[in-house]
Ligand binder design. Structure first.
Ligand code: SAM
Length: 236
């Protein structure tokens, strides 16, 4: 059985009871980085064999699959949040599914849902782009296509590239494009900053050092298509 187990994106108290139970009862934990996962397991007093799962190495996927086929219960985790969401895991899940192995995916922390809920833009649809390609041309194409849907666009970005990304958003979608930058979610210095893409790029570039992980939410919401204003259904 393969368990997909989300882990906290910052605050360790965000682990679910079911995630803890699953980690405790698994035969093995398949990790993106065994050292990072070991810190988490030690924090919760869990002693379990950990194995590195490297998505870019076919042999690694095969080894994990063999363990599952031999009847082992394996918990798949990533360094933070939900495995397979801008993180390794999907190749193993696909292979396990093809091999007829039972899979269950536990609900739990993910930066995309957390940031979107806190941004207060729209409760409807959104477009998740995750990490955009490094090449500006490719990233701009994706941004332009996504913006046409008029839904908020959610982007993952590192502190090293966030200013460049905001500049690209300003250049591609317009300097005044509203953006919410969610930083260090669930951690001590959690912060939401809301301004135009150009303004946020300027603010962040003035800092000596930009720190923390970011989720950028580009507000492409078209208020004319809001269900809040057009919904004429009857209340209970
Ligand atoms: N699997 C994870 C998930 O479910 O959200 C995402 C992992 S991805 C490799 C890491 C990226 O997620 C970071 O670069 C950042 O964009 C976002 N992220 C993760 N933790 C975050 C946090 N505490 N605050 C803001 N963004 C975060």
């Amino acid at each position: 059985m393969l368990y997909i187990v989300p882990t906290p994106i910052g605050n360790l108290q965000d682990i679910t009871l079911r995630a803890l139970e699953t980690l405790k009862s698994a035969d093995a934990v398949l990790c993106e980085d065994t050292r990072r996962t070991q810190i988490l397991l030690t924090h919760f007093g869990i002693s379990k064999p950990t194995y590195r799962y490297n998505e870019n190495d076919e042999r690694s996927v095969e080894r994990c699959l063999e363990a599952l086929k031999s009847g082992k219960h394996c918990a798949l985790v990533s360094d933070c949040g939900t495995p397979c969401i801008s993180d390794p895991g999907w190749k193993l899940v696909r292979a396990a599914r093809a091999a007829g192995i039972a899979i269950t995916s536990l609900p739990g922390p993910s930066a995309v849902a957390c940031a979107l809920a806190g941004a207060g833009l729209t409760g409807g649809s959104f477009t998740f782009l995750g990490f955009l390609p490094r090449k500006a041309g490719k990233a701009a194409k994706l941004l332009t296509a996504a913006a046409q849907l008029k839904h908020p666009i959610v982007i993952y970005e590192s502190p090293y590239r966030v200013v460049k990304m905001l500049e690209l958003i300003a250049k591609t979608l317009g300097e005044q494009t509203p953006v919410v930058a969610a930083r260090e979610l669930s951690k001590v210095y959690e912060e939401y900053a809301q301004a135009s893409a150009a303004e946020l790029a300027t603010q962040l570039s003035k800092k000596n050092k930009v720190q923390g992980e970011f989720v950028l939410i580009v507000d492409c919401f078209d208020s004319s298509s809001s269900t809040e204003t057009t919904d004429d259904s009857t209340d209970f």
